[in-house]
Each structure stands twice: as structure tokens, then as C-alpha cells.
Design a protein around this ligand. Structure first.
Ligand code: 5AD
Ligand code: SF4
Length: 440
């Protein structure tokens, strides 16, 4: 009989997809359970991006200590970026941890687990320059059956000065495009209608051999060709690599979603330089212009960091000004948190006082709230094609889904199930959701 594994995932979508790969590697000997109390193995897939992400995981491990006391046979493993960053410190600091595995070593899990079963601790945090898990078909164990993620590349070598990812996930490498298309076809055949192509920096995707050179925009076309009923999204892009070819492909293909996540991080050239982002405010705004000219209906979302090293009031105002100029539909907003090992940690002074970071972050959040509401209000009176994802959490009488622009729409239920498309006329909104009714 298979043993029961409970897997808990923190951080980005990439991590959620990695957990599906882990589940696939374990599937000959383990089956997934969503009841932590019956698990014989608990795996925590961790994130190191900010200090508070790591703090949450330490607290979670303290909590798991009680479970381990109750069940002496329970094994606990730590996976992902924090495993990579802290390696054997984990086992020393939290003696309940039996297993530590970095993001490029998941194939080794069965062997590592046999060591654990024989009473030893097991660690593998070796980073690879080739591993893309291309041949592993992820087990979609926590899915709505409508949208799925496909990792198309791993690692990052942009070395933004604040970011720990290049150290925890290693060098950039692209996955064989044909294995990506096969995975997309397989998902479509299983009823999925929306695929997000994932990577730390998808627009630098590049697959080259003697026969072919595939850029990201070529890959997007190949996946879009799977079926006109399959929606394609991607995350996340680096502004320096957002090419005209890619913008053209997004504009030309109705099933490539009109929504681009383009993390700006700051609206000030001083900050962008210190952050090693390799673009200027002017370049960024010119890319936004190019997107808007080609696709007036495309939404743009972003990531912003408040209170990076040396950030002046003027730098902060430049960020607020850029946010207004772009008119983001949504944003992920963070307070800068220094990460050991990064350039900023080693060479720059984390000198914006905590209260000021909090104040600036709040101003950014407040402004984004206004911009999201304004963006949603512009949709009132328009009709959008909505992919139904299920019933609203608040009421069985309401269904919800998403527009191509990645906005959530709630509407009185139809006789169609999730996975179908309906046209919805938008009647009202909040900053977070659109509300409407189905039209023919
Ligand atoms: N502090 C705060 N935010 C960070 N991010 C990355 N590193 C840090 C850090 N040290 C944010 C960036 C990135 C997102 C995934 O996390 O905005 O785009
Ligand atoms: Fe980090 Fe920059 Fe790479 Fe994004 S692009 S993962 S922020 S180093």
C-alpha cells in the first residue's frame, strides 16, 4: 500500500508547479492526502523571497513539532528555495526536519527518502545547469480542473541586486518546447482550458539546437495552436526582454490573454540602477506605450518594492507617478527586505527606516486601490468573454470566472459548468471584482 504524503506550498506559482512535479516523482510509493493528521510524510515547499516568507515557515515548523511528538514515525521534509539557501542549518536548527531538498534535486527524492526511512537525515541541494523536469508529468493534485501551470524554464541570472532567486534557483535554462506543447495538449484533452507558462523570466526563454531556434514568442504561438479554446497566459516577464515580436504575437492571437504582468519594481531611475534592473523609467514607459498602441484592451499588472536602499521621497514620488501613468489594473506590492547573499545585502545600506517603508508601502497600496477601481469602472457597460471557474464562495446562486484581461467576474449562475465560456455584460464593480449578467 502506498504511504500518505501531505505537501504544503508557500511562495510563487513556480513553487506550486514544483510541488506537482514532486508529487509525480513520489507517485510510485506515495499518495497525496489533504489530511495532515494521517500523513506519514509532510513536505513543506518553501520560499525565501522575503524575510517574512521565511519567518512563516519557521513558525510552521514549530507547529509541526507537536505532530511529530504524537507520531514518532512521521517524517518531515523541507523543499524549495529556503532549503537551498540554508541547507544543513535546517536540520541543526529544527531537529524535527529529516530531509532537505533543493529545487533541482526532486528527482532524487525516492533515494533520499529511503535514507530517511533507514533512520538517517538526507540532504541534496545541488543546483543543476540542465534540470528542467521536462519528462516529468506533474500530478495536478490541487486543481480547479480549468487552469493549470506549465514550467517552461527554470532559474534566473538577472541578478537584480535585492533578489535571492539567482542563488536559490540557479542558472537560467529553457525546457524542450516540444515537451511543453505535449503537456499543453494533454491538459487540453483532460478538459483544461487555460494554461499559464511559467518561469522567473519567461521572455528570455530560448531553445536552440542544430535544427531549430525557438524564442518565447515562437513558443507562445506553438502553444496557442493547440486549440482556439485554450487560453494562454504567462508569468513573469522582465521589462528588458519584452520584444515587439512578443507584443505582436499576443495581439494577433485571440486565445493569448490580453493581460501582461510586467514588474517595474520602482519608478525612479536611481532605484532601477541600484536594483540592477537594466532598464530606465523611460524605456519601461515606452514598452507600455508599445503594448497600449497595439492592444488598447490589454491590462498591465506589476510588482513594486517600497523602501529599497537610499530611496528618497522623490524616488518614491516617481514610483507613484509612474503607477498613475501606466494605470495598472493590479499590483503585488512589497516592503524591501534585505536578503543574505545578495548584492544589496553585501554592498548597499538598508537605510530607509522601517516606519518610512511602511508609510510608503501604504501609499502605494492606497493608490493601487484607486487605480484598480478606475480600471474596473472603465469596464462597466462592456461585454467580456469569461471562462467559468466555478461557483462563487459567497453564494451557490453565483458563478465566477475570469476575462482575458485577468479580471474576476461574478454573475448569476448559468446552466453551464466550469470550463465553458460565456459572454458577460459588466454592470457594476468593486476594486477587486466585476459583476455582470450573461448575454448571448
Ligand atoms: N524584498 C522585497 N520584495 C522583493 N521581491 C524580490 N525580492 C525582494 C526583496 N528582497 C519582490 C519583487 C519581485 C517579487 C516576486 O518579489 O517585486 O518581483
Ligand atoms: Fe529576482 Fe530579478 Fe530574477 Fe525576478 S528577474 S527572479 S526579481 S533576479
Amino acid at each position: 500500500m502506498k504511504k500518505k504524503v501531505f505537501i504544503e506550498t508557500y511562495g510563487c506559482q513556480m513553487n506550486f508547479n514544483d510541488s506537482e512535479i514532486v508529487m509525480s516523482v513520489l507517485s510510485p510509493h506515495y499518495q497525496n492526502t489533504d489530511n495532515i493528521n494521517e500523513a506519514e510524510l509532510i513536505l513543506i515547499n518553501t520560499c525565501s523571497i522575503r524575510d517574512n516568507a521565511e519567518e512563516r515557515i519557521w513558525n510552521r515548523l514549530k507547529h509541526l513539532r507537536a505532530l511529530k511528538k504524537k507520531n514518532k514515525n512521521l517524517k518531515i521534509g523541507v523543499l524549495g528555495c529556503m532549503a537551498e539557501r540554508l541547507k544543513d542549518d535546517f536540520i541543526e536548527r529544527e531537529n524535527i526536519v529529516d530531509l532537505v531538498v533543493g529545487p533541482d534535486a526532486y528527482r532524487e527524492l525516492p533515494q533520499l527518502l529511503s535514507l530517511v526511512d533507514s533512520g538517517q537525515n538526507a540532504i541534496n541541494t545541488i543546483l543543476s545547469e540542465e534540470e528542467t523536469y521536462a519528462d516529468i508529468s506533474p500530478v495536478r493534485y490541487a486543481t480547479n480542473g480549468v487552469s493549470a501551470f506549465i514550467s517552461i524554464m527554470r532559474g534566473c541570472q538577472n541578478f537584480c541586486s535585492y533578489c535571492v532567486v539567482p542563488y536559490t534557483r540557479g542558472k537560467e535554462r529553457s525546457r524542450n518546447p516540444h515537451s511543453i506543447v505535449e503537456e499543453a495538449k494533454d491538459l487540453f484533452e483532460k478538459g483544461y482550458k487555460e494554461i499559464t507558462l511559467l518561469g522567473q523570466n519567461v521572455n528570455s526563454y530560448l531553445w536552440k539546437n542544430d535544427q531549430e531556434t525557438i524564442h518565447f514568442w515562437n513558443l507562445m504561438e506553438m502553444v496557442a495552436d493547440v486549440s482556439p479554446l485554450l487560453r494562454i497566459r504567462f508569468a513573469t516577464s522582465h521589462p528588458k526582454d519584452i520584444s515587439d515580436e512578443l507584443i505582436d504575437v499576443i495581439a494577433q492571437r485571440p486565445n493569448i490573454c490580453k493581460s501582461i504582468h510586467l514588474p517595474v519594481q520602482s519608478g525612479s531611475d536611481n532605484m532601477l540602477k541600484l536594483m540592477n534592473r537594466k532598464y530606465t523609467r523611460e524605456w519601461y514607459l515606452s514598452r507600455i506605450e508599445a503594448i497600449k498602441n497595439r492592444m488598447p484592451d490589454c491590462t498591465i499588472s506589476t510588482d513594486i518594492i517600497a523602501g529599497f536602499c537610499n530611496e528618497s521621497e522623490q524616488d518614491h514620488q516617481d514610483t507613484l507617478d509612474l503607477m498613475r501613468k501606466v494605470g495598472y489594473s493590479a499590483a503585488f506590492m512589497f516592503k524591501y527586505s534585505t536578503r543574505p547573499g545578495t548584492f544589496a545585502y553585501k554592498k548597499l545600506d538598508d537605510n530607509v527606516p522601517e516606519e518610512l517603508k511602511i508609510k510608503r508601502l501604504q501609499e502605494i497600496i492606497n493608490l493601487q486601490q484607486e487605480l484598480s477601481l478606475a480600471s474596473n469602472k472603465r469596464d462597466i457597460g462592456k461585454t467580456f468573454e469569461v471562462l467559468i471557474e466555478g461557483f462563487s464562495k459567497r453564494s451557490d446562486e453565483q458563478q465566477f470566472g475570469r476575462t482575458s484581461q485577468n479580471k474576476v467576474v461574478v454573475f448569476p449562475k448559468s446552466n453551464l459548468d466550469k470550463g465553458n465560456y460565456v459572454n458577460v455584460l459588466i454592470k457594476s464593480c468593486t476594486a477587486a471584482t466585476l459583476k455582470g449578467t450573461i448575454v448571448d
